[in-house]
Design a protein around this ligand. Structure first.
Ligand code: NAD
Length: 416
């Protein structure tokens, strides 16, 4: 995920745009510009052949004015510091926007989990938690899954931390399996939240969702569940891809079959009943709703000029570059920005943490209805700000988020 440009500059540009519009106190802006803490660690891991390998890991805590920091940990061959800083900052804005009492953090380990045995993956996961244990905890900083980490990795994280502290600590991480204090609905929460924002946007923009053509880039957790929920609203999934390639069928594909194909074959690129499609052709396909759900920096200016949809719902973090954003705006394409569209994940993570702290568990219906209320409220605040101030949905989302952070930092006395 190393970039041709510094992805943290994207975050600073987004902060600038909203700060200008808000006439934000320069001291508040200064505090939001740099993360409060970044810890880099080296993790020695005994490999199956008996040799020792050193892996690089990082945990970045961006801002904790609203509460303990929160954010996922990704295992990926190209984790870099600027990317982790950017993802941590987006978490700060996202948590603030949806009104949950968390700051933002993110972490990563530079590795290729597909090439590690299960034993190596477990030793790496435990080693990473040992290395960052001084700065994390249920009331300090709470990790979660991200790209190529899952509920098994979270279980090892929680177990290792509990052993280090000598206290069972389910509230250390979210995204755990149900049996270890996970929450109903966490697996699909990002996508469910995205679906609520798309539903509200469709109402506001008079887009008929019955038969609306949807394209999904990145058929992983966020992408596959988004396809399923949008399908349940009546949409037609006409194209989807993953890192191996893409598939297209103008008549629509069954998203549930696509997901089980991915489970069985580790990819969807050889799914039957479809034509092959390149990543660029997929992103620029004529459709109603485009859901980028892979990685950052996917909708570049070159792609944006050719994007041919009414609405983009950003499941991924940072999929659109600032220059591309301007082109989309000029072309009348509405973007539900990442910090709003994918905030369902951290919202249900918050619910999981609350349940862990109380040691009292909710039903799936309770989780879903609480999530719906938060997502609809956040969408409405952003949409109202977008209309009242005549700014893009992204700037509007940052304005709502920064107003709450501003209030918290002032109340704490960090700024007069
Ligand atoms: P995941 O690992 O489950 O899925 C990622 C998918 O993207 C995989 O299928 C992979 O093959 C595919 N992919 C990778 N590179 C690609 C490329 N160049 N073109 C097309 N597909 C590609 O990860 P995820 O958890 O679904 O996360 C995806 C994005 O959503 C990330 O940006 C993540 O930060 C964001 N996100 C996820 C959650 C969550 O709860 N899972 C929450 C908020 C944001």
């Amino acid at each position: 995920m190393s970039q041709d440009f510094n992805v943290y500059d994207v975050v600073l540009k987004q902060l600038d745009d909203a700060a200008d519009e808000l006439d934000l106190d320069p001291q508040i802006k200064l505090l939001l510009k740099e993360p409060v803490r970044t810890l880099k660690v080296s993790i020695p891991v005994r490999m199956d052949d008996g040799s020792i390998n050193i892996f690089n890991g990082i945990r970045c805590q961006h801002n904790d004015a609203l509460g303990p920091t929160k954010g996922g940990i990704r295992f990926h061959p190209k984790v870099d510091e600027n990317e982790v800083k950017a993802l941590a900052a987006w978490m700060t804005y996202k948590c603030s926007l949806v009104g949950i009492p968390y700051g933002g953090a993110k972490g990563g380990v530079e590795c290729n989990p597909k090439k590690l045995s299960i034993g190596e993956l477990e030793r790496l996961s435990r080693g990473f938690i040992q290395a960052i244990s001084p700065i994390i905890g249920p009331n300090k900083d709470i990790p979660a899954p991200d790209v190529y980490t899952n509920s098994q990795v979270m279980s090892w994280f929680m177990d290792e931390f509990s052993k280090i502290k000598g206290v069972n600590s389910p509230g250390l991480v979210t995204g755990k399996p149900l049996v270890l204090g996970g929450s109903f609905g966490r697996d699909s929460a990002t996508a469910r939240g995205l679906m609520y924002t798309v539903r509200e946007a469709a109402k506001a923009l008079s887009i008929d969702l019955k038969g609306a053509r949807v394209v999904v880039q990145g058929y992983g957790n966020a992408g596959s569940f988004s396809a399923e929920f949008l399908h349940e609203l009546g949409c037609k999934i006409i194209a989807a891809n993953d890192s191996c390639g893409g598939v297209y069928n103008p008549k629509g594909m069954d998203p549930f079959k696509l997901r089980s194909h991915k489970t069985d074959h580790s990819t969807i690129c050889d799914y039957s009943d479809s034509e092959r499609i390149s990543n660029e052709d997929l992103l620029t396909l004529e459709c109603d709703i485009l859901v980028p759900a892979a990685l950052e920096n996917q909708i570049t200016p070159e792609i944006a000029k050719k994007v041919n949809c009414k609405l983009i719902a950003e499941a991924a973090n940072g999929p659109t570059t600032p220059d591309a954003d301007r082109i989309l705006t000029d072309n009348g394409i509405i973007v539900i920005p990442d910090i709003l569209a994918n905030a369902g994940g951290v919202t249900v993570s918050y619910f999981e943490w609350v349940q862990n702290m109380y040691n009292y568990y909710w039903t799936k219906e309770e989780v879903d209805s609480k999530l719906e209320r938060i997502m609809v409220e956040a969408f409405n605040k952003v949409y109202k700000t977008h209309l009242e101030r005549n700014v893009t949905m992204r700037v509007a989302a940052y304005i709502v988020a920064i107003q709450r952070l501003n209030e918290a930092m002032k109340a704490r006395g960090w700024v007069e």
